[in-house]
Design a protein around this ligand. Structure first.
Ligand code: MRU
Length: 377
């Protein structure tokens, strides 16, 4: 068990993590990503000059996590427009790069709508490209603001559920600054608790097979000086049984209208454990992750990833080339079941925290009211 001691008040590198940015060098506009497949060993940037390079980066998980996928998708449309590519074709390709995170299509569609509106009004492709970029930048800014508000609402909820502080929080996958224009979703709540001196421990699931917890959440927690401990996913049960978990905080890739939550595979077993041990299971996500067009959990498309992610340990170099070539863990030819996500039914979710506030209990009516409130503001 890797163990990191608390260093209260210390936030070594509070400056923003440069996850995604737009630049306009003389050769033409580019989208620059921090390549998350290379973390934590190397901080390497990936420069996308067109939407198809971005699509590859999304598929390889160089950029990943629901909110930032939306931001990336919007910038991808802007990039195609600015570089004079077929914008509709680029938007369609980007939207289909990963099927589960609804934010990706929300971001792509928002930039595409801005592009089309401007083209209709002005007839000028340059003005339309500028409008698409403005839409992407607005989404980027709004996500940062939403992140701060989710953190505040989430911390208030933790304090309400567990007066007295000293929260011991278990999290899964990576939901911090790497997935966001701000400080993230579930991780941002834990960070707010840390800054308030009320986080006793962040338990970090390693998150097999691609180790987003070990590689990315532990990296972010270390940068922030948080007290965190890494565990294998299968150790979570004994941690609950030992009474060491006060709350589970996770993000979401899509929340159906009935409150079913799709998130990184391994989230559902945590929800079952949490219910058995009477521990709150809290989902933190922006309102854009709630999808009124997906009625229930069974209607959520769960991305199936290649088997080699399970049968091999991927080195950063192997991940960067996009498949296979890692260190074998199983006999050659072994088949693997590798869904990227699972779905937690609403009855196992204690609360959904958004920038508009928390919903608890989770009902279709409460979620619809929340989305309507968000649309009105
Ligand atoms: O496959 P990934 O790494 O993109 O999966 C990400 C997650 O499951 C996150 O928990 C989710 O996107 C929420 S991020 C706020």
């Amino acid at each position: 068990m890797a163990d990191q001691q608390a260093r209260p008040g210390e936030d070594k590198r509070p400056s923003e993590i440069p996850v995604i940015r737009w630049e306009e060098p003389p050769e033409g506009p580019v989208l620059i990503l921090l390549d998350q497949t290379r973390l934590p060993s190397e901080e390497v940037e990936l420069v996308c000059t067109d939407a198809s390079a971005l699509m590859e980066a999304i598929r390889a998980l160089a950029v990943r996590g629901a909110p930032v996928l939306g931001i990336a998708g919007a910038y991808g449309v802007a990039l195609a427009a600015a570089r004079g590519f077929d914008v509709d074709e680029a938007a369609e390709a980007l939207e289909s790069a990963r099927p589960t995170a609804v934010n990706l299509s929300v971001g792509v569609r928002r930039a595409l709508a801005a592009y089309r509106d401007a083209l209709t009004t002005t007839g000028d492709p340059t003005a339309a490209a500028t409008a698409a970029l403005a839409a992407a930048q607005a989404l980027h800014r709004e996500d940062a603001e939403a992140s701060a508000r989710m953190a505040a609402h989430g911390l208030a909820l933790l304090d309400e559920l567990m007066p007295g502080g000293g929260h011991r929080v278990l999290t899964h996958c990576n939901t911090g600054a790497l997935v966001s224009g701000g400080e993230g979703t579930a991780f941002a709540v834990a960070l707010a608790a840390h800054r308030a001196g009320r986080l006793r421990r962040l338990w970090v699931d390693e998150t097999r097979p691609l180790l987003q917890g070990a590689r990315l959440t532990a990296w972010e927690a270390a940068r922030r000086g948080m007290a965190y401990t890494l565990l294998t996913d299968s150790a979570a049960g004994s941690l609950f049984a030992a009474g060491e978990v006060d709350a589970v905080l996770i993000g979401a890739d899509r929340i159906a209208a009935d409150g079913s939550v799709a998130n990184k595979v391994g989230s559902y077993p945590l929800a079952v454990l949490a219910r058995y041990h009477h521990v709150p299971f809290i989902v933190v996500a922006p309102v854009t992750t709630i999808d009124p067009d997906t009625p229930d959990g069974a209607s959520i498309e769960v991305e199936q990833r290649p088997g080699f992610e399970v049968t091999e340990i991927l080195t950063p170099q192997a991940s960067a080339v996009g498949g296979g070539g890692g260190v074998p863990l199983a006999p050659l030819g072994t088949q693997a079941y590798n869904p990227a996500f699972d779905v937690t039914p609403p009855e196992l979710v204690t609360a959904i925290v958004t920038e508009e506030g928390a919903v608890s209990p989770v009902t279709p009516q409460a979620l619809a009211a929340l989305s309507a409130r968000a649309r009105a503001t």
